[in-house]
Design a binder for this molecule. Structure first.
Ligand code: PLP
Length: 428
């Protein structure tokens, strides 16, 4: 199904990506250095340097470079689980049978590490002001499950969540926060870096993030004991002995010194990338301001996002009918109205990459049996009502009416203007 104004637009010769890596040259120097000095390993100068850079940037006392952001989140779940519930027997997870509150509107990498440690995620609905975990719903969740002691929250698309409110709720219930700052490196809340609010925090250097090593992640914490544990666990949990002696379960999660070279070359460009992403966001905002849409919102007083992805949210009255099944979607075109599906198809037609919002975790088949808490309490009751078409939770509302715009920092202003015109055409 091509969009109705296809004839007016000529597809880009070169694809405009959602968010692709942007290299600067230094990366290659550090990779070459690793090669020439033969530190083709999971130890070396590049790793030491980026751990220092991550520490300095975040303000956290310790940083451990790992193979992925997901690995960092796994280590964070293990640390928190052992701190709260003790060391598990071999074959059991550190969160064995324990509920953990988690962001609902996020990538599943935020949540899966709870399962790696045999915990039970309970999803918390989203607030409309920043599209992150709703502190009111979180408070409600503690009413329903007062035994919960761990909360993992993500900063969606680089926009800081309501850290003051979330911290206050967690302090009241003596719960540990793990921050998933995979998407929000460089974003600040009240002048403080995201990835420094939680007890254990994670960032990612995956290929599409604001800076990248092609892969990689970092665990951040103020606790030296925690950092040392992660250094040990991530290198197969070797004990201090002349041979390979093991008292604990180990992992091969350490970052390669070659990857670290790429990350090292990228760090000096973090602020430049953020400035480019912000300019893209502002251009979209200006170019689409008279349409019945809004950009992904943020707290303009307290936070400065990294603007990793620009997103659009369509007014209720301007949505044409769009129906999503588990793997398929269709929509009915209406004059003056549009929907994410129509616009994403139109963008694909001109060779530009947009993307649906992360499908909420509580709607994922793998998590269909897990709890979901809204401001009103049991969100699963709401899910049923949603199926009948009457009401919806905030996460599903954003999934239904929102989508990610092409946000590549190498997109030209001419290309962005065309993207804006294509979106405008969808509302004709
Ligand atoms: C990318 C991402 C991760 C995982 O990072 P990897 O380095 O790809 O493992 C985790 N959480 C969120 C929200 C992400 O966007």
């Amino acid at each position: 199904m091509a969009f109705n104004n296809a004839g007016r637009f000529q597809p880009f010769e070169q694809k405009v990506w959602l968010s692709s890596p942007t290299m600067h040259g230094e990366e290659m120097e550090y990779v070459r250095e690793a090669y020439q000095t033969n530190w083709m390993s999971t130890v070396g100068e590049n790793i030491d340097r980026i751990e220092t850079l991550a520490r300095e940037k975040s303000g956290c006392k310790h940083a451990v470079a790992l193979s992925a952001g997901t690995a960092a989140l796994h280590m964070a779940m293990k640390l928190a689980g052992q701190e709260l519930y003790g060391q598990p027997s071999v074959g059991y997870g550190a969160l064995e049978g324990k509920r953990v509150f988690a962001s609902d509107l996020t990538f599943d990498a935020t949540v899966n590490p709870i399962i790696y440690e045999n915990g039970i995620p309970v999803f918390i609905d989203t607030e409309e002001d920043t599209w992150n975990m709703d502190p009111v719903a979180l408070e409600k969740a503690f009413e329903i499950y007062p035994e919960v002691k761990l909360v993992v929250m993500a900063h969606l698309y680089g926009t800081p969540g309501k850290m003051n409110e979330l911290n206050a709720v967690c302090e009241r219930h003596k719960a540990i926060i793990v921050e998933d700052a995979a998407e929000s490196l460089g974003a600040t809340y009240k002048g403080k870096q995201t990835g420094s609010f939680g007890k254990y925090n994670c960032i990612s250097y995956n290929g599409n993030k604001i800076i990248t090593g092609s892969a990689g992640g970092m665990l951040l914490t103020d606790s030296v004991e925690a950092a040392n544990k992660v250094r040990k666990w991530s290198t197969q949990a070797r004990e201090a002995a002349p041979w390979y002696q093991h008292e604990e379960l180990g992992y091969n999660y350490r970052m390669s010194n070659v990857i670290a070279g790429v990350v090292r070359g990228q760090y000096p460009y973090l602020e430049e990338h953020i400035a480019l992403k912000k300019a893209i966001y502002e251009r979209y905002k200006e170019g689409l301001k008279d349409l019945p849409v809004r950009m992904n919102p943020y707290d303009t007083e307290n936070s400065e996002p990294n603007f990793w992805l620009s997103c659009l949210f369509i007014d209720k009255d301007a949505m044409c009918k769009q129906i999503r099944g588990e793997t398929d979607v269709c929509y009915v075109k209406e004059a003056g109205k549009s929907c994410p599906t129509e616009i994403l198809e139109a963008l694909a037609f001109i060779n530009a990459e947009g993307r649906p919002i992360w499908k909420p975790m509580h709607m994922q088949p793998i998590y269909r049996m897990n709890g979901f808490i809204t401001r009103g309490g049991n969100g699963r009751a709401m899910t049923n009502a949603y199926m009948e078409g009457s009401v919806t939770d905030v996460s599903m509302d954003i999934f239904n009416r929102g989508f990610c715009l092409p946000s590549d920092n190498k997109m030209t202003t001419g290309q962005q203007d065309m993207i804006i015109n294509v979106i405008r055409a969808c509302f004709e």
